[in-house]
Design a protein around this ligand. Structure first.
Ligand SMILES: NC(=O)c1ccc[n+]([C@@H]2O[C@H](COP(=O)([O-])OP(=O)(O)OC[C@H]3O[C@@H](n4cnc5c(N)ncnc54)[C@H](O)[C@@H]3O)[C@@H](O)[C@H]2O)c1
Length: 313
């Protein structure tokens, strides 16, 4: 039985990954400091013998015996990562150092949940993995963007220097059940505002585009990336290339929720990228992976989740 460590396992993506790994027969150790994650996300796994939840901050070393490590610990939405930016950089950088140190000690394979934010405000569309990005090193998003870039550097140095088996996946906007209702991310924002009958906030003109990947597709790609041969390290983009403007997304959410909310326009926050779209040719080729869930079906699942959540509150 594979012993798998998932850091940030009580968060949005981490909890879906734990579900999937347990379902496949792994023995899962979920480590989280509950900064943005919660026990509730992994509640259905807590009674199982093949699942263990440990409160731990990845900024400190961890001594456990595992075969694989998925390193997801890091607040992911601007509201959360800008709340304590120094802690965000520490989590990315010290977290990577500690998890890579652990992987080296126990000879585990290790996967880093990196991000499309390493491309910053890109001059190239869609972004291939070979693009080095255009990132502001001193802005309010830098704690996240540069923290993740430094983590990638550490992964590749451990690979070159210590022959560690690494996988780096660059995740583009992902959405689905268990997103935080108040994290300021566009999908959760629009759905919660629509369900509450509040104005839907659009920043700028609403013509900036984003691509949205449904969580099940993302988890599938992460598991496939971990299963690749030792010669494949990534970085590999994971996301859904379908592009939608913020206005189109808002209109879809309005029609699927049947809400009568109005659109309200506000100024664009600083360093907000105008366009972001993954080039997933490498994932198609190396992982034989393709996103399957279209935006409408994914939104229906996500809306159903938020309806239950708001009703329970
Ligand atoms: N969701 C996306 O669209 C997206 C896009 C790109 C990258 N990612 C990456 O995927 C990972 C998971 O993102 P998510 O959307 O599930 O966010 P999330 O905030 O729901 O999950 C992050 C988890 O990490 C935990 N955590 C934070 N700091 C920690 C620390 N110091 N020690 C231990 N645990 C800590 C949090 O409590 C939380 O459970 C993150 O690394 C994020 O950067 C996500």
């Amino acid at each position: 039985m594979q012993r798998v460590l998932v850091t940030g396992g009580a968060g949005f993506l981490g909890s879906h990954l734990c579900d999937r790994l347990v379902r496949e027969g792994a023995d899962v150790l979920c480590v989280d400091n509950f900064y943005t994650g919660s026990r509730r996300n992994v509640e259905s796994l807590l009674d199982r013998k093949d699942f263990e939840l440990m409160r731990h901050d990845v900024c400190f070393p961890l001594y456990v015996e595992v075969d694989q490590i998925y390193n997801l610990a890091c607040p992911a939405s601007p509201i959360h990562y800008q709340f304590d930016p120094v802690q965000t950089t520490k989590t990315s950088v010290h977290g990577a150092i500690n998890m890579l140190g652990l992987a080296k000690r126990v000879k585990a394979k290790i996967l880093q949940a990196s991000t499309s934010e390493v491309y910053g405000d890109p001059e190239l569309h869609p972004q291939p993995e070979s693009y080095w990005g255009k990132v502001n090193p001193v802005g309010i998003r830098s704690c996240y963007d540069e923290g993740k870039r430094c983590a990638e550097t550490l992964f590749f140095d451990y690979w070159r220097q210590h022959k560690l088996r690494i996988k780096v996946v660059r995740i583009f906007n992902t959405y689905g059940p268990r997103m935080h209702p108040n994290d300021g991310r566009v999908v959760s924002n629009f759905i919660v505002q629509a369900l509450k009958g509040e104005d839907i906030t659009i920043y700028g003109t609403g013509e900036q585009t984003r691509s949205f990947c449904y969580v099940d597709d993302l988890i599938e790609a992460m598991v496939l990336a971990m299963a690749t041969g030792d010669d494949f390290t990534g970085p590999v983009n994971i996301g859904n290339p379908g592009e939608f403007t913020m206005r189109e997304l808002a209109e879809k959410v309005l029609s699927l929720t049947g809400s009568r909310s109005k659109l309200a326009f506000e100024p664009l926050p600083s360093d907000d990228p105008r366009q972001r779209q993954p080039d997933i040719r490498l994932a198609r080729q190396e992982l034989e992976w393709e996103p399957k869930v279209n935006l409408e079906d994914g939104l229906k699942e996500t809306i159903a989740y938020f309806r239950r959540l708001l009703y329970a509150q």
